[in-house]
Design a protein around this ligand. Structure first.
Ligand SMILES: Nc1ncnc2c1ncn2[C@@H]1O[C@H](COP(=O)(O)OP(=O)(O)OP(=O)(O)O)[C@@H](O)[C@H]1O
Ligand code: SF4
Ligand SMILES: [Mg+2]
Length: 405
């Protein structure tokens, strides 16, 4: 029996009907959830900690050889004491070779957990990939199923072929080691036969590549001696030191002021072209997406609600949430100078409804929206959205919207 089947056999949290169990839990319920969680977690951890797993078990085939990564119906859950948080709940999208895929969505919608799943860095043991697959086309020509890859094998991919740039460089750099030591370590760890001298040369070369004017000095600095923009450049240099195939940039410019932000984006684009790599760019900032991305994935409450090329999403958004996002961009055109905001809140991730997750905030909702979760509707080869209004290739008659009813 595969993990997915095991998961399906595991009973969901049983609580008294009508009670929001995330607001109120009896001691008995809490103990039962905790017991259930530890049973489930043990199963997943046992599977992950298997030794000497034959390569055939985690070798697979890409659906499209032009992709570097394919997420396929990925489910990543956190088994907490108050219930199961379905952080990523059936996510499917591709990252093509040499392209930038922007992932947008409200805070808590599962953007970071999706990228951490790809790096096998989801906070275990509570966090587990419970179903779905992540296919990765490696530089050695083989295609790996990341969800089944043993930890020791993953060490050869993580940092070397897939690198990550985090939002806040100060928390990602170790404050007690000099920049040079931390950069050299990456090269020594991932490049077979690399000598300390070669590592130093590579680190200096990378610092130079990311536009640091005095690499020698920065190499000997501690992180606190650098400005925020310089630290972020160091993080990018570090990520690039093993010429990765894919860079995951999780809010790479959020902590920076706008001028530095523009420089860092320019730099990312530049290095992507130099190494012919791909970027998974996670951000709240639609301006950054417009500037950088080829494709856009819009997430909401752990699911993808719309995806398409940057042009399709910006010029022809279909899902009311995406339309709302587009309207909430500052444009300077609003008459009363007020920014549009999407009212309401994302549903509780532990207690998701069985209808459209956007229903409580959507002013275009129709009857069926409160009854079933909408399927993904395909408009073009690249553009699709999950909304009942999008059936029949476009918007249905919205005469009976929630506001008018
Ligand atoms: N270690 C954890 N334990 C429990 N729940 C978690 C954990 N990490 C993330 N989550 C939950 O998973 C969901 C998705 O989180 P994630 O960090 O992916 O959001 P995000 O889209 O990256 O948000 P942001 O834009 O604020 O970074 C959230 O509901 C979050 O509370
Ligand atoms: S399915 Fe209904 S509630 Fe959901 S976004 Fe579309 S119109 Fe709104
Ligand atoms: Mg995040």
């Amino acid at each position: 029996m595969g993990l997915l089947d095991k998961w399906k056999n595991i009973k969901e949290t049983e609580v008294e009907p009508g009670i929001d169990h995330t607001m109120y839990l009896t001691l008995k319920e809490e103990r039962r959830i905790s017991r259930e969680n530890s049973r489930i977690i043990k199963q997943f951890e046992r599977e992950k900690n298997r030794k000497n797993v034959p390569e055939e078990e985690y070798l697979t085939q890409m659906r499209d050889p032009n992709n570097v990564v394919e997420f396929d119906n990925l489910h990543t859950y956190f088994f907490t004491d108050v219930g199961t948080v379905k952080s990523v709940n059936g996510v499917t999208f591709d990252i093509p070779q040499g392209k930038v895929v922007g992932v947008v969505g409200e805070s808590g919608c599962g953007k970071s957990v999706t990228s951490l799943s790809l790096m096998q860095l989801v906070q275990a043991p509570q966090g587990q990939i419970v179903a779905g697959s992540i296919r990765y086309q490696s530089r050695d020509g083989k295609c790996y199923e990341i969800t089944k890859m043993p930890k020791d094998r993953m060490l050869k991919v993580r940092g070397k072929e897939i690198a990550m740039i985090f939002q806040e460089p100060m928390t990602s750099l170790n404050p007690v080691f000099k920049i040079g030591e931390q950069m050299d370590e990456v090269v020594l760890l991932h490049e077979e036969g690399a000598t300390p001298k070669a590592a130093r040369e590579r680190s200096l070369e990378m610092l130079n590549l990311v536009g640091i004017a005095d690499p020698q000095k920065v190499y000997n600095n501690y992180p606190h001696e650098l400005s925020g923009g310089m630290r972020q450049r160091v993080m990018i240099a570090m990520a690039l030191s093993c010429t990765p195939r894919l860079i995951i940039a999780d809010e790479p410019t959020t902590a920076l002021d706008v001028t530095i932000q523009a420089q860092i984006l320019e730099l990312l684009r530049d290095v992507k072209n130099k190494i012919n790599g791909s970027i998974m760019l996670i951000t709240h900032d639609l301006g950054v997406i417009a500037e950088m991305a080829d494709y856009v994935v819009v997430m909401y409450a752990g699911r993808i609600i719309e995806k398409g090329t940057v042009r399709e999403i910006f010029h022809n958004p279909k899902h009311p949430y995406t339309i709302g996002l587009m309207r909430s961009k500052p444009s300077g055109k609003t008459k009363d100078n007020r920014l549009y905001s999407i009212k309401g809140q994302v549903p509780n991730p532990i207690n998701m409804p069985n209808h459209c997750y956007f229903y409580n905030r959507c002013d275009r909702a129709i009857g069926i929206c409160a009854e079933e979760y909408p399927e993904m509707i395909q408009f073009t080869d690249t553009h699709s959205a999950a909304c009942h209004l999008c059936r029949n290739g476009g918007f249905m008659d919205t005469n009976s919207t929630k506001e008018q009813r």
